[in-house]
Design a binder for this molecule. Structure first.
Ligand SMILES: Nc1ncnc2c1ncn2[C@@H]1O[C@H](COP(=O)(O)OP(=O)(O)OP(=O)(O)O)[C@@H](O)[C@H]1O
Ligand SMILES: [Mg+2]
Length: 419
């Protein structure tokens, strides 16, 4: 049998299975229960966060409510098809090929003729005793202006049996005239910890073993998108090595190994320019792209900053539990201002390196700057007539940038030492 990707096999089939979108699920269920279902909805949000899944579940709740446990129904008496018919409807809806739940790809059906066809079809009653005819228009922002205009009237006052669910990743491209005829729901990016726990469930059901670190890393790489995280997991599983490890993932994606990044940050905390440059060269020698190295470094520095600012147990700190202690120890070598400064220096490099004829030189200079920041601050202090402090202050131990406060990120002037 043909292999179905994880993202499709694990598509949410009920409101409470759409991870991270609970407020939207609740509002939609309340709308059904109170008999206040609008005639048009706009679902927006980044790719792979559950828009199409939620649209199908909503359609299923409207036409085949008995197939969803605890599914709300509108007040009053309503005729629904027999249970076996509802079951068939539900299966077809979740597959995306039900006769009354019509999924339209806005990108390839974007002409005014397509819109007119839709309008003509919407006038016909639903088949098989279904209550509603529901149009799910994906990528709706791809419709032409003429198509949008043709739809305006029907979207404002559709026949009683018609509902529209428009889905888009780019709501700003949907004309205001259409938006104002819809109830809008903004799907949020899914928090890393929620993606991680969903991935763990999938791994359990797939009977695949994987360590905590790999699950967190996949979740982080998903960047808020469940589909992206599941697709990466698919690739990793098909790489064949089990149990899954962060190391295999790093090799597969050509990412810098976490340990080496950690060594680089330690060298910076020590103010050890030689070790920092060697760690950087080692990473590049492994074939890591300069941009990627910087992006991963920035993300690590961000985690350290969050630990320093909010404590190691904060929910904002998105790392595996068993990596928390080590990250906490590393974070203690820096102060928040120092980390803010380091992130801004890295960001600056990401911007300027693209236009440079010698990006490697800029990278090396940045690494030196980060490792030497403390000493440069001393020199600036001396030049400004301040005596150099006897030793580093605060929890930091080394001579690196964390040992004392950093200059403000936007100003390349080295600031005062932390008291
Ligand atoms: N919130 C979520 N909870 C659980 N799984 C999800 C969620 N969002 C996405 N997925 C997974 O990703 C797959 C794709 O989701 P879906 O089609 O609903 O995303 P989408 O928001 O419509 O994306 P696109 O904008 O690319 O169309 C689903 O089959 C499911 O496996
Ligand atoms: Mg979709």
């Amino acid at each position: 049998m043909a292999y179905t990707v994880l993202a499709r096999r694990y598509r949410s089939a009920a409101f409470d299975q759409v991870v991270g979108q609970e407020p939207i699920a609740r509002t939609l269920q309340n709308a059904i229960a109170s008999g206040r279902v609008a005639h048009a909805y706009l679902f927006t949000g980044t790719r792979g966060v559950g828009k199409t899944s939620m649209a199908r579940i909503f359609a299923r709740a409207l036409n085949a409510p008995d197939t969803i446990p605890n599914c709300p129904k509108p007040p009053g008496e309503h005729d629904y098809p027999e249970r076996d018919v509802q079951d068939r409807m539900a299966t077809a809806i979740m597959r995306g090929d039900d006769l009354n739940v019509i999924e339209i790809d806005g990108a390839s059906n974007n002409s005014v003729e397509n819109a007119r066809q839709l309008i003509a079809n919407a006038g016909l009653a639903p088949t098989g005793n279904a209550r509603f005819k529901i149009y799910i228009i994906d990528e709706v922002h791809m419709l032409s202006t003429a198509a949008f205009n043709a739809l305006l009237k029907t979207m404002e006052e559709p026949p009683a049996h018609v509902k529209f669910i428009l889905c888009t990743t780019e709501s700003h491209k949907v004309p205001a005239t259409i938006q104002s005829r819809c109830q809008r729901f903004d799907f949020r990016n899914i928090p890393t910890k929620d993606i991680a726990s969903h991935l763990r469930n999938v791994l359990t059901q797939e009977k695949v073993k994987g360590d905590d670190e790999v699950v967190w890393q996949l979740a982080r790489l998903g960047n808020g998108s469940m589909r992206d995280a599941l697709s990466l997991l698919d690739r990793l599983i098909s790489a064949g090595e089990q149990p899954l490890t962060a190391q295999t993932l790093v090799q597969m994606l050509g990412l810098p190994p976490q340990q080496r990044i950690s060594d680089l940050i330690d060298a910076m905390a020590d103010g050890d320019v030689k070790a920092a440059l060697e760690a950087t060269a080692g990473l590049l020698d492994q074939g890591i792209a300069q941009d990627q190295l910087m992006e991963v470094l920035v993300e690590r520095l961000r985690q350290l900053m969050l630990i320093r600012a909010c404590g190691p147990d904060s929910e904002l700190v998105e790392i595996a539990d068993d990596a928390r202690a080590a990250a906490g120890a590393q974070a203690a070598r820096f102060d928040v201002q120092g980390l803010v400064y380091m992130i801004s220096v890295c960001e600056n490099l990401l911007r300027t390196a693209k236009a440079s004829s010698n990006p490697r030189a800029l990278l090396d200079a940045t690494v030196v700057r980060l490792a030497l920041a403390e000493k440069l601050a001393d020199i600036a202090g001396l030049l400004a007539g301040n005596p150099a402090p006897a030793s580093a202050s605060g929890p930091a131990s080394g001579g690196g940038p964390g040992a004392s406060s950093r200059p403000a990120p936007s100003a390349p002037v080295y600031g005062e030492k932390k008291k």
